[in-house]
Design a protein around this ligand. Structure first.
Ligand code: 48H
Length: 260
């Protein structure tokens, strides 16, 4: 009886996973949440040569992209955001009125593939449950398996240190909540706290998502709906230009700060 193949395959998985994880315990940029804004940021930062690790609590990265609008698996982007999609080799259909449609499955899978191929490593099924703050700088992520969190198991996490932390957790802005509610930090918002997302107004929500994308505290940034929640922006539904442009803007902000 030979179990050589079984032993070889199991050993290959365990060794390669731990090599990858150990190699990403100290990174330039730790991104929490692999939604569209985080994935765009990951690709551009990795393209610029930064070491990027993303932590996504779900099994499938992609965030709110997959379901389109109301599970109709198409999304809309504005003309000026299509250049970002072209960087990922994602196709769109020009409606001729300033808007493009695209298949949400192609968008989700294309963003994931593009970020990964650029060199960003995605750790799926891992959630970030806390942050590290040292001498006035956010400098690390406290990471655990999401099933541990879901099953409320009393298991301690491990820490990934990062020169920059990006909250890409979408509507709840979970990481900025840790910064404000737990660490007591005053972030760069009108009150120093989390303003809370406003109701639907597509035009204003899209306009302000990019403006709302900023460094909130030394070492801490937010993109996409997390940025909107922190600054009190309107929601915008299944239009994704603002998410893509937010990801690109935050990558440029982080890169400039890390190079300074
Ligand atoms: C690890 C976590 C944690 C955690 C959450 O919501 P997302 O798609 O993020 P964005 O902001 O890039 O895109 C928002 C967009 O999808 C959207 O919802 C829009 C446009 N809504 C408009 C409207 O009107 O509703 O993705 C966030 C990701 C998800 O995959 C979460 O599972 C993940 O973050 N996440 N991962 N650790 N603590 N919290």
């Amino acid at each position: 009886m030979s179990t050589v193949m079984e032993e070889t395959i199991s050993s290959a998985i365990v060794r390669s996973f731990f090599k990858k994880f150990e190699n990403h315990l100290a990174v330039d940029v730790g991104i929490v949440g692999a939604g569209p804004s985080g994935l765009v940021a990951a690709k551009y930062l990795a393209d610029m040569g930064f070491k990027v690790a993303m932590f996504e609590s779900k099994l499938a990265p992609g965030g709110g992209t997959w379901g389109g609008g109301m599970l109709f698996n198409e999304v809309v982007v504005q003309e000026d955001a299509t250049t970002i999609l072209k960087d990922f080799n994602i196709s769109t259909v020009d409606l001729g009125n300033g808007y493009h449609t695209l298949d949400s499955v192609e968008m989700a899978s294309g963003l994931i593939f593009g970020a990964r191929k650029a060199g960003a490593v995605i750790f799926n099924t891992m959630c970030v449950e806390d942050i590290c703050v040292r001498e006035g700088v956010v400098c690390g992520l406290v990471v655990n398996w999401n099933p541990v969190r879901r099953l409320e198991m009393h298991v301690d996490p491990v820490v990934v240190t990062a020169r920059a932390v990006l909250d890409g957790t979408g509507h709840p802005s979970e990481i900025v909540h840790k910064a404000v509610d737990k660490a007591g930090l005053k972030v760069d918002s009108p009150t120093g706290g989390i303003m809370g997302e406003k109701p639907m107004w597509m035009e204003d929500g899209e306009r302000t998502t990019v403006i709302n994308t900023k460094r909130l505290y030394p070492g801490l940034y937010a993109s996409g709906m997390a940025a909107n929640n922190v600054q009190g922006g309107f929601r915008m539904g299944p239009i994704f230009g603002g998410m893509l442009k937010s990801g690109k803007k935050v990558a440029e902000l982080i890169a400039a700060d890390l190079r300074a």
